[in-house]
Design a protein around this ligand. Structure first.
Ligand SMILES: O=C(O)CCC(=O)C(=O)O
Ligand SMILES: [Fe+2]
Length: 278
């Protein structure tokens, strides 16, 4: 029987999965092993998977329904695939701040499968952090305080009219008029599948604690952001064409480093539908 090989990666979050060819439908027995690794770690990587859009869509559909992101430009001919692009003449990148995708939705996405198509000659790594570890490493007192809090998340200031993306990302980030809603989530969530607790606020999309002002919220949020992004809680992934990162939005953050001006970086992203968080 085929067995996949699961290797830890440097840092404290994520594993690399070897011994599977994603250009073909993954057999059920192997898929179950991959699924277990994904639920356990919240972040899995693959190397040298030169997937066509059809291959990536087929793999994504093994995980659930595809979510079509309303703000990202799409790969031509494939509405299911969002393009994460930076051209040599562009300064801003997409996702260049610690965040988890879609926390601005009341039902946030489960996760995203990001496939590297074109990578700069140097730079363009992505950092990931574990929100399980961020939670575990808080004091008991802080855990109790946070258990009773909800936080407000929004897409308005990131994707809405007048936002940095709407000004500087012409053609890459679209539909700013759809960035109108806020979402409320518990600050500590129980992961729907692993049942482990995770910290669920992030620097990009969280505005404040429910019932608190922005000013009151800021010091505690900043403390949590620094705590969660500390080095022993993160990994740095170096891409090459055909690399894949599949992250769980409920228990990880990511941050795309923007240190490759003058070169193109192009990624294909498919996002999977999630469920409401409690
Ligand atoms: O380009 C990357 O490494 C990640 C970009 C990002 O934040 C995303 O695709 O959600
Ligand atoms: Fe992202």
């Amino acid at each position: 029987m085929n067995k996949i090989n699961i290797q830890p990666v440097p840092g404290n979050v994520g594993v690399e999965i070897q011994g599977v060819d994603l250009t073909k439908k993954v057999p059920e027995s192997l898929f179950e092993e991959i699924r277990e690794a994904f639920i356990e770690n919240g972040l899995i990587f693959f190397r040298n998977q030169n997937l066509t859009p059809e291959d990536q869509i087929r793999f994504a559909e093994q995980w659930g329904k595809i979510n079509i992101n309303r703000f990202f430009a799409k790969v031509e001919g494939y509405d299911q695939i969002a393009e994460v692009r930076k051209e040599p003449d562009q300064k801003g990148n997409i996702g260049g701040e610690w965040h988890t995708d879609h926390s601005y939705d009341q039902i946030p996405a489960l996760g995203s499968i990001l496939l590297a198509k074109e990578i700069p000659s140097k730079g363009g790594d992505t950092l990931f952090a574990s929100m399980y570890k961020a939670y575990e490493n808080l004091s008991d007192g802080m855990k109790v305080t946070l258990e009773n809090l909800n936080a407000i998340h929004s897409s308005r200031h990131i994707f809405g009219d007048g936002s940095v993306y709407s000004k500087s990302s012409k053609g890459r980030i679209v539909n700013s008029e759809l960035a109108t809603q806020d979402a409320i989530h518990p600050v500590i969530i129980t992961h729907p599948e692993s049942k482990k607790k995770a910290l669920y606020v992030n620097r990009a999309f969280t505005l404040r604690f429910e019932g608190w002002t922005d000013e009151e919220s800021k010091p505690l949020l900043n403390y949590l952001y620094d705590h969660a992004a500390c080095e022993n809680n993160t990994t740095r992934f170096k891409w090459s064409p055909g690399s894949i990162a599949f992250w769980d939005n409920r228990c990880t953050w990511h941050n795309a480093l923007n240190d490759y001006h003058g070169e193109r970086r192009l990624m294909h992203r498919i996002t999977i539908e999630g469920s409401a968080l409690v």
